[in-house]
Design a protein around this ligand. Structure first.
Ligand code: NAI
Ligand code: MG
Length: 497
């Protein structure tokens, strides 16, 4: 830990970092983009640019996809599963060896508090460890066709997989897609977000050091329209995993339809946290705080709608507001409780939502203002915000804000809470706090969401399948089910004798 804080302190003092990746990562090495054009990445904690990276084009994407296709047919598809597992296992260990650098870069580039970035890097290592162990356990079935026939199935890798990665969890989202893709025998072209390009490149380099053959994992950086879009319509891509906004997800799906490319969409949410009056108050308070203020609320599965029973509503919200006001705000590298948001654009979006709800006469229990790092007066920060007594039709209740803004809805009882929770266009996750086993599981079954957390928001890990219903998207990541997203089943039936 000391190493990390030493590195963080020197990066903070200098406002930059030596030895960042330079170029796209294609065919096992860094290459200059064909247009020789660059973009800048910013430190959200100071709002200053700290490094540049290649602005990818359709030509770069083409080169990366060709490299991934070659590597698929000439080496990776036919690499023994146990050997794939060994490489992934080494990658996991190397991620941990590089923890300090990866975490500092992740915190600097995204703005998130260093301790959260450390957790994300550990999570990435865990994803590789988990899927390393699964490589040689992807068994097929045999089918009972009677004594004159023989039927069996095998799980084949889908081929070249594209991974379009958002800026809120750059290394975690990259790892949760790339690790199972590689485990299944697929090759990869990843396109990180334009505000957080570096850790995906570093991950590709680490995979290479772990023994991954050249061309199996490629990364092209750049803007969505210029580097992301060509990847989604490329005929050499067999599958697309996309995490981001609904609007962009719809464009990805349309582009994919031309070549009938498979898609997995993870499009965020507006997830409810139901707090019933028989809950353990302290666990619920801690859970709700983390659900909305971790990563400044920029989480697809953030618990952004508190749905609480009337009897405990007043006291609970007063205590939440007190805790929100006591969060220490600051630059991510100083390990604050609460860091900046990722970009000026995101800050503007968040502030727009809150201003509109203020104009509509809603009560802001706490927060509701743009602010800066109190130490430097710089950065893109938004106060931890709670909007009390929100109504089901309010824009702030219906739309994903993707920032530190919690709405509170009052429920008369558990059934009413369920009704409010399900009145939503999204269905990613949901939280339930109650002391009653029966009520917890009755609600868990009735809620429309891909994942439900009972008495601990974000409970679970890489073992647990994750993904959305309704406008949150479709397909599942994580767990063994996540591995199946990168496989196609082939059934073979034969006549004997
Ligand atoms: P976005 O969905 O536009 O960006 C996500 C990724 O898609 C980035 O890598 C981007 O470069 C890429 N992309 C953009 N346009 C593309 C295109 N036409 N084809 C292929 N790839 C493309 O999200 P943005 O604009 O950064 O954020 C807007 C909102 O989206 C946020 O306020 C939030 O509500 C939501 N969002 C949800 C995320 C989640 O985890 N589900 C993550 C990021 C954003
Ligand atoms: Mg950045």
């Amino acid at each position: 830990m000391q190493d990390i804080d030493k590195l963080a302190a020197s990066v903070l003092a200098e406002g930059r970092m030596e030895g960042l990746p330079d170029g796209h990562f294609i065919g096992g090495k860094y290459v200059r983009g064909s247009a020789n054009a660059f973009l800048e990445s910013f430190d959200p904690g100071t709002a200053a640019a700290f490094a540049s990276f290649s602005a990818g084009t359709a030509d770069d994407v083409d080169q990366a996809v060709n490299s991934a296709r070659d590597a698929f047919f000439t080496v990776w598809r036919d690499t023994a599963p146990a050997e794939r597992g060994r490489i992934l296992q080494r990658a996991s260990a190397l991620i941990l060896e590089n923890l300090a650098r990866l975490a500092v870069v992740e915190s600097l580039d995204s703005g998130k508090p260093l301790q959260e970035a450390i957790g994300d890097v550990r999570g990435a290592a865990r994803a590789f460890e988990y899927y390393a162990g699964a490589c040689d356990k992807l068994q097929g079935d045999s089918f009972p066709l009677g004594s004159r026939h023989f039927g069996y199935s095998i799980h084949e890798p889908v081929g070249v997989t594209a991974h379009i990665i958002p800026w809120n969890y750059p290394i975690s989202t990259a790892a949760r897609g790339i690790a199972p893709a590689l485990a299944a025998g697929c090759t990869v072209v990843a396109k990180p977000a334009e505000t957080t390009p570096f850790t995906a490149l570093m991950l590709a380099e680490i995979l290479s050091q772990a023994g991954l053959p050249d061309g199996v994992c490629n990364v092209v950086t750049g803007r969505g329209a210029e580097a992301g879009a060509p990847l989604t319509r490329h005929p050499g891509v067999d599958h697309i995993t996309f995490t981001g906004s609904v609007a962009t997800g719809q464009r990805v799906m349309q582009a994919a339809s031309v070549e009938v490319t498979r898609v997995l969409l993870e499009l965020g949410g507006k997830s409810p946290v139901i707090v019933l009056d028989d809950c353990d108050r302290e666990s619920a308070l801690q859970g709700v705080m983390g659900a909305i203020f971790e990563n400044a609320g920029q989480i697809c599965s953030a618990g952004s709608r508190l749905v609480i029973e009337r009897g405990i509503h007043g006291d609970f919200v007063a205590e939440l507001a007190k805790r929100a006001e006591s969060l220490k705000i600051g630059h991510g590298l100083r390990r604050p409780d609460f860091g900046p948001v990722n970009s000026a654009l995101q800050l503007e979006r968040i502030s727009g939502f809150v201003e509109r709800t203020r104009e509509a006469g809603r009560q802001i229990a706490t927060g509701g203002e743009v602010c800066t790092d109190p130490e430097t007066g710089k950065g893109w920060f938004y106060q931890p915000t709670i909007i009390d007594a929100a109504q089901p039709d309010d824009e702030v209740v219906r739309e994903e804000i993707f920032g530190p803004v919690l709405t509170v809805q009052v429920a008369e009882d558990a059934d009413h809470a369920l009704e409010l929770a399900n009145d939503c266009q999204y269905g990613l996750v949901a939280g339930i706090y109650t002391g009653s086993f029966d009520r917890a599981h009755r609600l868990a079954r009735a809620i429309d969401a891909g994942q439900v957390f009972i008495n601990e928001y974000f409970a679970g890990g890489i073992e647990v399948p994750f993904g959305g219903n309704r406008r949150s998207g479709f397909g599942r990541e994580k767990g063994l089910e996540g591995l199946k997203s990168y496989c196609k089943t082939k059934s073979i039936a034969a006549r004997i004798g």
